[in-house]
Design a protein around this ligand. Structure first.
Ligand code: SF4
Length: 389
């Protein structure tokens, strides 16, 4: 019998309580339990329920993605429930989605099961329900520990709310918790970032993700970009360097451009992406890479509910993609990883191109090379330099 492939499973929850002004992710607004019973709110809740039912249906039947999976069900090595805001939907219904995944997919013992949550909507009942359903890791959207910066980002909970969410997650039994930080937000300075990092460390997460704010077109931030008190590019680069070093002092090693962890707490789900591993994404706007093919569901909740099928996104897992993803990580491009993946040695052209780049961007070691912190700051350009020679 052919051995089953392993894959990460991503479940997309495209609903948020409110829309953050910098975000261009696909999500619809869903009201909280205490919101007024207006016609609009009722319709949004009904749509949320129908969507979660459709997720369960797809996990059970696999009919939407059947053209890409041939009915195969890979062994699941990690599950990631992301969004959107998973904590914005009713906890017991989200728990049912996770339980359905466990029922219809073989999930490895000890698999990492992450659920994203927002401090403004994740309460003790949410964390308890997700823990009972099998989640063992929480990723909490903090963005900044400073209330002024959080407000500027459209976050409704203050730092007190973040602290409450962290302690509710701990009380529910989560011993693997990640906090998000953002760099380059309006009004941020080197000092305010240092304060945010130190408050973040006081919350004792096992993992930190830190992203540089991008101004995406079609967002309110983009429309008012000239009026936002954004730190300039040089200041943001200095913040990134300082962040890497401060997090290192607190015991969080950088293992990817934007990710830092205490030893043993690197995200296994995301590491699988960076190693060009298979993953199956279920839900509107979710992307997959399975058996060498990429496919994705349209950004359309109604279509997913109605049984809409994913679109083909071509072949994946090329040598260029493997090199590009490996160079995002501190592990870098290791020739034995490459050979294990492709069954053939890496072309020497990658190292030759890397050796032509300025020394401050790349470090070489026996059996491969990786980007330095300076290289991470210019990763798109440096990686293009490696790939295009
Ligand atoms: S909560 Fe997250 S997904 Fe939702 S709008 Fe804000 S940033 Fe975007």
């Amino acid at each position: 019998m052919k051995p089953r492939n392993k894959a990460g499973l991503y479940l997309h929850i495209p609903f948020c309580r409110s829309k953050c002004p910098y975000c261009d992710f696909y999500s619809l607004r869903v009201p909280g339990d205490r919101s007024p019973q207006t016609e609009q709110n009722r319709a949004a809740r009904e749509k949320t329920d129908a969507y979660l039912d459709a997720l369960c249906d797809e996990l059970e039947t696999g009919r939407r993605a059947a053209a890409f999976t041939d009915g195969d069900r890979p062994v699941i090595s990690s599950v990631y429930i992301g969004g959107g805001t998973p904590s914005a939907v009713p906890a017991e219904k989200l728990a049912k989605v996770l339980e359905t995944a466990f029922r219809y997919y073989p999930v490895e013992n000890g698999a990492e099961i992450t659920v994203e949550a927002n401090p403004s909507s994740a309460d003790a009942a949410f964390f308890r329900a997700m823990k009972r359903a099998g989640a063992n890791r929480v990723s909490l959207g903090m963005q900044s520990a400073l209330d002024d910066e959080r407000r500027a980002l459209g976050r409704t909970a203050g730092f007190d709310g973040v602290k409450r969410a962290v302690s509710a997650a701990r009380d529910a039994g989560f011993d693997n918790l990640s906090l998000d930080l953002m760099l380059g937000v309006p009004g941020q300075t080197a000092e305010s970032l240092a304060e945010s990092v130190s408050l973040c460390a006081e919350l004792a997460p096992e993992h930190v993700s830190a992203y540089i704010l991008q101004l995406e077109e079609d967002t309110p931030f983009y429309a008012r970009r000239d009026r936002l008190a954004l730190p300039d590019e040089d200041a943001v680069c200095d913040m990134y360097r300082a962040l890497v070093s401060r997090l290192g002092e607190y015991g969080f090693a950088q293992y990817e451009i934007s990710n830092f962890a205490r030893p043993g707490f690197e995200s296994r789900h995301n590491t699988n992406y960076w190693r060009c591993g298979d993953y199956l994404g279920v839900g509107a706007a979710a992307h997959s890479f399975l058996n060498g093919r990429r496919f994705y569901y349209p950004r359309d909740i109604d279509s997913f509910i109605a049984g809409g099928v994913p679109a083909d996104d071509g072949e994946g897992g090329t040598p260029e993609e493997f090199v590009m993803l490996a160079l995002r990580t501190a592990r870098g491009l290791r020739y034995d990883d490459y050979e294990a993946y492709f069954g053939a040695p890496a072309d020497g052209k990658y190292e030759a191109a890397a050796r032509r780049l300025p020394e401050r961007y790349v470090r070489f070691f026996d059996g491969g090379f990786s980007l330095t912190v300076e290289g991470f700051l210019l990763s798109n350009t440096v990686i293009a330099g490696v790939l295009c020679g």
